[in-house]
Design a protein around this ligand. Structure first.
Ligand SMILES: *Cc1c(COP(=O)(O)O)cnc(C)c1O
Length: 417
């Protein structure tokens, strides 16, 4: 069960706030490294080597990508700026996976120039890629399992998703790719998002293993790796159970032993593209209470808003909140915790039980290390915050400065008004 703790106290945060005005993000380097090592350890049995390609969209900061690279992770990119970011963090060639969809030609060209592993989202992308960038030696394709043959209680409704190729297209796609000059092959799927059931990931592996064998039998194309995608969830709510990577790994290993050697595909590499579970729990949004308002309900207004962290407003997602310095105080009050957007869904929490909040208190919003700052936007003229790295030696380094009004105006020309 997850406990919700903060790796710094009120005094530490107040010191930070003297240099970096609230709100700001803090990422815990030590915890991120430990999580990356857990992946390496859990999947050390994988023949030919396991790698998680960190989904850059979850936390697109080159300093984080560099830390993860040092711990053996690659980068999973889906746009030109994400490819450039990975490059700037020192990632090269097949350390980068390019899993995009509805892809502009120029992005395939960049991915090809970098020697990234290109993962195609559609059968028509073979000709598109050949025309604009050329078919690389190594090619991967994304499978959409659709309504699975025997049905599947675990995997939801992939047929509603815009991604990937159908089963017949997969068989045809690899045969065509081979004719077009590809010599090395990978197979990908991604059907989960923020999923806490470990069996889900084992099930995904079974689907890919069986399909890889089927492709081999039908076309002679031999997969070099399968990519199970991302989607491992995190326990946003206190008491939720985190996914046990070792349990997932054991389940996948059993499936591997059952399917892969007899299917003639041993050794087969296994890779993943997780973002959320790597950095999500290790990012904290620190914000100050600036208003208390009592009307039909009680509100605490923060100096952060939905532009800094969109998940609660957008999905109604739960993010735990700690009032710094009041960790041991009983949660005797019930508040809505809001931001300042002129949108009524700009609430970090609704009917949340918290200790009494005083104006000036620092509140920490938990599990903001993935799909947090990254989703930020400028609606209502709101500026995105700084990102700080709490380093292993306890010192703090700013890895992104806060936006300024000048940044906000950078794309406007006020001349001639
Ligand atoms: C978003 C995404 C991921 C990462 O998902 P997480 O939930 O952050 O693990 C991986 N692969 C693809 C293709 C994605 O779209």
């Amino acid at each position: 069960m997850s406990k919700k703790t903060v790796p710094f106290d009120r005094g530490f945060a107040e010191d930070l706030a003297k240099k970096h005005p609230t709100p700001f993000y803090v990422y815990d380097e030590k915890a991120i490294r430990l999580k990356a090592r857990e992946f390496v350890q859990a999947f050390s049995w994988v023949p030919g080597g396991f790698r998680n390609f960190f989904a850059v969209k979850a936390l697109p900061n080159p300093h984080i990508l560099k830390i993860l690279r040092e711990e053996g992770m690659g980068a999973d990119c889906s746009s030109l700026p994400e490819l450039i970011l990975a490059e700037k963090a020192g990632l090269r060639g097949e350390e980068i996976m390019f899993t995009s969809n509805d892809t502009p030609a120029g992005e395939f060209v960049k991915a090809r120039d970098m020697g990234a592993v290109i993962n195609l989202d559609d059968i028509t992308h073979l000709d598109f890629l050949a025309k604009h960038a050329g078919i690389p030696r190594l090619i991967c394709m994304r499978y959409n399992p659709g309504p699975l043959k025997e049905g599947n209680a675990i995997i939801g409704k992939p047929e509603e998703a815009k991604y990937g190729l159908t089963r017949p297209q997969i068989l045809e796609g690899y045969a065509r790719a081979k004719k077009m000059g590809a010599e090395r092959f990978g197979l990908h799927t991604m059907v989960a998002s923020n999923e806490l059931n470990p069996d889900y990931f084992v099930e995904t592996a079974v689907i890919l293993f069986e399909l890889a064998v089927e492709v081999f039998k039908a076309t002679g194309v031999r997969m070099e790796f399968v990519n199970l995608g991302g989607g491992i969830g995190i326990p946003y709510k206190p008491g939720a159970v985190p996914v046990d990577l070792f349990r997932v790994s054991r389940g996948i290993r059993e499936a591997y032993d059952r399917i892969i050697p007899s299917g003639g595909l041993h050794p087969l590499r296994i890779v993943t593209e997780n973002g959320r579970c790597v950095t999500g729990p290790h990012g904290y949004l620190v914000s100050r209470a600036i208003h208390e308002k009592n009307i039909y309900k009680r509100y605490i207004g923060l100096d952060a808003c939905m532009a800094n962290l969109m998940r609660p407003g957008m999905y109604g997602a739960y993010h735990h909140i700690t009032v710094l310095g009041k960790e041991g105080v009983r949660a005797s009050e019930t508040y809505d915790v809001t931001g300042s957007l002129c949108e009524n869904n700009d609430k970090f929490a609704v009917d949340r039980e918290l200790p009494p909040v005083d104006m000036g208190d620092l509140l920490v919003i938990h599990d903001a290390g993935a799909h947090g700052h990254a989703m930020g936007f400028n609606y209502n003229g709101k500026l995105r915050s700084a990102e700080l790295l709490l380093q292993e030696d306890g010192s703090v380094r700013m890895i992104r400065r806060a936006e300024t009004v000048e940044d906000y105006f950078a794309t406007l020309d006020f001349g001639g008004l």
